[in-house]
Design a protein around this ligand. Structure first.
Ligand SMILES: [Zn+2]
Length: 89
């Protein structure tokens, strides 16, 4: 079988800040990516270009940066402290 490797468009951002919950100094790496392939299409139904993907990834990153930064311990706690009935199925 022939393996086809589609190019992956990635952006990385290192965030250094205090944890929004416990105040601990935290460093987290955000990595967002999309594969450029014929099935990854834009709203017009045309396969996205690398540039379009980068625009989307940057929007997604900006959205994530609006959320308070949490250290790994607080993030873990947040995931497991959801009240019953709110689990994602
Ligand atoms: Zn914390």
């Amino acid at each position: 079988m022939t393996r086809v490797d589609f190019p992956v468009v990635t952006i990385r951002c290192v965030r250094r800040d205090k944890c929004g919950k416990c105040g601990k100094r935290t460093r987290r790496t955000l990595k967002l990516w999309q594969t450029r392939n014929p099935l990854n299409r834009n709203a017009a139904g045309v396969p996205k270009t690398e540039r379009e993907i980068l625009v989307e990834l940057n929007e997604e990153l900006a959205e994530k940066l609006r959320q308070p930064l949490l250290c790994s311990a607080c993030e873990y706690e947040q995931i497991w402290s959801r009240p019953p009935g709110e689990e994602v199925k």
